[in-house]
Design a protein around this ligand. Sequence first.
Ligand code: NAD
Ligand code: IPM
Ligand code: MN
Length: 370
Amino acid sequence: MSLAPATRKSSYTIASIPGDGIGIEVIASTIRVLETLTKTLNTFTLSFTHLPWGSAYYKETGTYLPKDALSTLRQHDAILFGAVGDPHIPDHISLWGLLLALRGPLQLYANVRPVRTFPGTTSHLRDAAGKPKSIDWLLVRENSEGEYAGQGGRSHIGQPWEAATEVAIFTRVGVERIMRFAFKAAAARPKKHLIVVTKSNSMRNGMVLWDEVARSVSQDAEFKDVKWEKMLVDAMTVRMVASPDTIDTIVGTNLHMDILSDLAAALAGSIGVAPSANLDPERKAPSMFEPVHGSAFDIMGKGVANPVAAFWSSAEMLRWLGEDDAADMMMGCVERVCDAGILTRDLGGKEGTAGVTDAVCKEIEKLKSR
Ligand code: NAD
Ligand code: IPM
Ligand code: MN
């Protein structure tokens, strides 16, 4: 496996899939912010293809994705995704119809979830061990197999002895590529520290292969400076709360990191700021950027969703495209807005989605005079 470098261009095509619920609200805000940024910087352009795929599309057509969806997406440089999930459609239908029908087939095998305490916001760990704590972690999630392989089935349906299986699949290729990605990611950070999350005490097959491959990748000369350790997932939850400053980069399976990334987001402040990048590190397919959160049935349509997770996800998209300066400038603006106390309710503020979006756009426009 080699990590392919970005090829910078003067114009990028972005496939936008807002999906459902607050996904639609935060992606509309994100496109406004990105358009303000590109107009202000005037160094590259973004052209958006607006794709209506989501639960309304499913109710109308009987499918979440048209037959040519993957080839349509492959014509783009990147994908911006909101969220999917509808109160009237079973979650396994909506998620396997849309989001999971993209991550696996496009082989976006590395799901990267940075977690950081934002200026102006408070970590729930502020009082941990008696001193203020801030968080700066990089979570790496295996995103193509494991517990999400989709293998299994149901037998004796409707009978009292009905049975169901959900089979996790760990392949040597799948584990090795995510381990190499994680070791590289850890090596690129100042602390050069990686925690390999596992559960090989009870899960004696797939998780033992996982550990063996981690050890063999760690012995690669390229990673000789990376300090790494193995940690059982249950103990990892305790460490995240009790000793957050002993953590830097974490790699784990699809399900373990799904759960740990929501915990990390809540500890850092709110799920409303947590971004995620679904990467094809070899760049054969367009990578997909989306907030960690879902469609949030309880707040959708109310105009109160925090758009920061989607903003930050789109900054990660710019970074992936090679536009690091633009990404840094955008995140600087988002941080100044948070620092000024312009926050949504999930972070203890009073602003709505539109108020935060307006404030970020204004902050971006100030870049013109710098
Ligand atoms: P959720 O992330 O949608 O919401 C969990 C809680 O966090 C809710 O109280 C919600 O109001 C709050 N929240 C989430 N995002 C927020 C934001 N930006 N600002 C403020 N508050 C925010 O998770 P859920 O309730 O478990 O799932 C709802 C639906 O979304 C389900 O159908 C689920 O399957 C789906 N889902 C989709 C994705 C995705 O598309 N990536 C991710 C998670 C859940
Ligand atoms: C996430 C989400 C998805 C996941 C669900 C909605 C399938 O929770 O991106 O964290 O588990 O991957
Ligand atoms: Mn999740």
